[in-house]
Design a protein around this ligand. Structure first.
Ligand code: SF4
Ligand code: SF4
Length: 387
């Protein structure tokens, strides 16, 4: 018998794979539309379907969602049905009347991607000359319209040194800042650009230092929810008070522009498609027994070597499914884990080292000093490829 479970708190919906940019780190290698993307009528029907499944909010992204001519109808339908609306855009496409429309819909967030404070570097990462200027102008106009603006920064080796400069252009403007790290699923991103574990940890230290050094009003910054787990030192990085494992298929759902349903769009792997809304309603896919077993079935899947023996593995289940698959080719084995990194870097060294690192994060140090790891953010630690 099928039991109805609570709907996803958030469905992240790739409205189209079409995109005017060619971002290096794009996990779905967006550019052209997918074959057979949902029609306007199918997209509106899906809104109703999501509501019927108990979905709390919808995040419209792409590709570039504002390239879809029926974006206003879909966004309006989401709100009409009483679901929260977020929009994630590259900020370089500005359909006429977009700010007025968004304002009328009271979105939860309008998120614009900004990957560097240096315009030339942002343009290079995003694959379009002038992208920085357009995104900056979009942000300004959205703020002026009174919209809740967020900036999303995706970090890899090319832009890790930009974080302090980005902080300085974001702070004090009423912009929420989400910092996340790049995966290597996309066809334009090479693995040598991925952060190593120490750099990954340093991004956590940077976010923590910002949260300790600035008030939430001055700089509302968070790390993505998969930015490290169970750290003994970095307690304020993510919005989650307690990490309880990958939320794909639990509180999060991902929908591709051709109607394919995944637990999370970051898991860019066809083996994890649970169904298609063209063939059955979203609610049937969501509630089907056995669906999303990699997160829902707590007894399925042994922890891999990176997580074996970890005291948190029962609730954590090996971290982010996407990171685990991308780095190790299997689930439940995320090597990018603050706790595991601390174990390796600090606890096996001489006693008291954690205390010293803790002191380097204090606001009195200006939120930008990282002791031995500081060079990463000043750009001195490593020369990145192609710079
Ligand atoms: S070692 Fe693995 S199971 Fe343990 S907290 Fe880290 S990611 Fe989770
Ligand atoms: S796959 Fe990673 S990004 Fe997606 S819900 Fe799981 S933890 Fe989050």
């Amino acid at each position: 018998m099928t039991t109805t479970r609570p709907g996803p708190a958030c469905a992240v919906w790739e409205l189209t794979l079409a995109c005017n940019l060619k971002c290096l780190h794009c996990g779905s290698t967006a550019g052209g539309r997918r074959e057979a993307e949902l029609s306007p009528a199918e997209a509106l029907a899906l809104c109703g379907d999501l509501k019927a499944a108990g979905c709390g909010g919808v995040a419209l992204m792409g590709g570039e969602p504002l390239l879809r001519k029926d974006f206003p109808a879909i966004a309006s339908k989401v709100r009409e049905l009483g679901m929260e609306l977020s929009v994630i855009t590259n900020g370089t496409v500005r359909p006429e009347g977009i700010f007025e429309l968004l304002k009328s819909l009271s979105p939860r967030a309008v998120a614009v991607s900004l990957d560097a404070a240096d315009p030339a570097l942002h343009d290079r990462i995003r694959g379009l000359p002038g992208a920085f200027a357009k995104a900056s102008s979009f942000i300004e106009a959205a703020l002026k319209a009174g919209l809740p603006v967020s900036v999303i920064t995706t970090v890899h080796k090319l832009n890790i040194a930009e974080l302090p400069k980005l902080r300085d252009i974001i702070k004090g403007r009423g912009i929420a800042w989400q910092v996340q790290t790049a995966g290597a699923e996309g066809g334009r991103f090479t693995r040598d650009l991925l952060l190593d574990q120490e750099e990954f940890y340093s991004v956590g230290m940077f976010v923590e230092s910002c949260r300790r050094g600035y008030s939430p009003e001055e700089l509302p910054v968070i790390g993505a929810h998969d930015l490290g787990y169970h750290s003994l030192l970095l307690k304020n990085v993510s919005l989650y008070e307690k990490w309880e494992g990958c939320q794909a298929g639990l509180s999060v759902a991902g929908i591709r522009s051709d109607g394919g349903v995944l637990g999370c769009l970051a898991v860019n792997d066809d083996r994890f498609i649970e169904g298609n809304v063209r063939r059955e309603p979203f609610s049937s896919i969501w509630n089907r027994p056995g669906a999303f077993s990699y997160t829902r079935d707590r007894s399925a899947g042994e922890p891999g070597e990176n997580c074996a023996g970890c005291g948190h593995s029962e609730s954590c289940r090996g971290g982010c499914s996407e990171m685990s698959l991308m780095k190790t080719g299997r689930l439940h084995n995320d090597p990018y884990c603050f706790r595991a990194i601390e174990d390796r870097l600090f606890f096996k060294g001489p006693g008291g080292r954690i205390r010293k690192l803790g002191a380097s994060l204090s606001p009195a140090r200006g939120g930008g000093s990282f002791g031995g790891l500081g060079g990463i953010f000043s750009g001195r630690r490593r020369k990145t490829g192609g710079d």
